[in-house]
Design a protein around this ligand. Structure first.
Ligand SMILES: Cc1cc2nc3c(=O)[nH]c(=O)nc-3n(C[C@H](O)[C@H](O)[C@H](O)COP(=O)(O)OP(=O)(O)OC[C@H]3O[C@@H](n4cnc5c(N)ncnc54)[C@H](O)[C@@H]3O)c2cc1C
Length: 311
């Protein structure tokens, strides 16, 4: 039986693993995408201790730190969790199951898809969710980023290295990147912002040729494009938590207290999947560390009974 199983192999999961291992817990980390969401960016300049590095470099450093201790990493998807008859949990993947005294859920979010006509037919045919992965395919082409967050701004800045024109289409009046990225956008003549505008359809047959807008831009409600990059936030992966009776808010984010405890004893949560307003690598790692410490306390303060019976 493990003391702790961490679900999610992003920076939050690996940060929690490092800390929990230092507290001498026996730990397994189970995750399907190594490094998680931060690997989608090549520019992280706000993680204390590093002036600038890529997301992949950051996640690898945190993972490497965790692996300096006896942490077991399982590559796979958790398909089920349930409580044993007594106070332990089973965490089940496609081909294994893990018995554990406590759990940290650090499953992050999946991208929110743009729900407009044309999206499903043209996804991966000009509609992308990852500039870092796909930007080189759009060299010398005209593209748009849909969204107004800091992530959307960074996607646009990356695309401007390859493309002669990058539109940012945003439904509100003003995009809201970090000031440093806002200044970069202002200095980048290839980026043009179309605000107070929604995309209502993605146009094209077999490949993207443009988008339809809900109000005219430069006299037309059709904007010709070769690619559309969607950056409109995410939907928390909280289904497994809900199955255990963990409370979520109206957005589906797991509710935690200041110490990353959920309402279910022995179940902690951290990172993008929780109900924090500000979701960053550093905040996820910090929540993961809180969760690790609470798991340590929980494991040491309770008696555990091993049983194969499901509750
Ligand atoms: C384009 C972009 C740029 C960004 N830039 C920055 C930045 O510069 N600085 C910054 O601090 N933050 C940045 N962020 C935000 C940052 O990436 C996230 O806040 C952070 O990575 C969240 O980490 P996490 O570990 O909580 O979640 P994630 O990184 O999403 O990791 C969760 C992991 O759990 C896995 N998982 C989910 N369900 C299961 C399951 N059932 N079984 C197994 N595994 C599962 C997922 O596949 C994933 O690997 C950026 C985000 C984006 C999209």
């Amino acid at each position: 039986m493990y003391d702790l199983v961490i679900i999610g192999s992003g920076v939050t999961g690996y940060g929690a693993a490092m800390y929990a291992a230092r507290l001498d817990l026996s730990i397994a980390v189970i995750g399907d995408v190594d490094g998680g969401t931060i690997t989608l960016t090549d520019d992280v300049a706000n993680y204390p201790g590093y002036l600038q590095l890529t997301g992949k470099e950051l996640s690898e450093k945190i993972k490497e730190h965790a692996l300096d201790y006896p942490v077991f990493i399982e590559s796979g998807t958790v398909t089920d969790i349930f409580r044993c008859k007594e106070n332990c949990f089973y965490v089940v993947t496609e081909n294994k199951s893990f018995l554990t005294k406590s759990i940290i859920i650090a499953t992050g979010m999946k991208e929110r898809e743009l729900e407009v006509p044309g999206h499903d037919e043209l996804k991966n045919r000009g509609v992308s969710y990852c500039a870092l992965c796909d930007a080189p395919l759009y060299k010398d082409k005209i593209v748009a980023v849909i969204g107004g967050s800091d992530s959307a701004a960074k996607e646009a800045l990356l695309l401007a290295k390859y493309c002669p024109k990058v539109y940012i289409i945003y439904r509100r009046e003003k995009i809201r990147p970090e000031p440093i990225n806002a200044a970069r956008i202002e200095r980048e003549p290839k980026i043009e912002i179309i605000s107070k505008t929604n995309v209502t359809e993605i146009l094209g047959t077999n490949k993207v040729t443009g988008v339809k807008l809900d109000r005219p831009y430069n006299g037309s409600d059709v904007l010709g494009l070769d690619g559309v990059f969607v950056a409109i936030g995410g939907i928390p992966y909280s289904g497994l938590a809900k199955k255990l009776g963990v409370e979520v808010n109206e957005k589906g984010e797991i509710k935690i207290d200041r110490s990353s405890r959920t309402n279910v004893d022995g179940v902690f949560a951290a990172g993008d999947v929780v109900d924090s307003e500000f979701k960053q690598a550093i905040t996820g790692v910090a929540e993961g560390v809180h969760a690790a410490y609470q798991a340590y306390k929980y494991v040491n303060e309770n008696e555990f009974i091993f049983t194969y019976q499901q509750e």
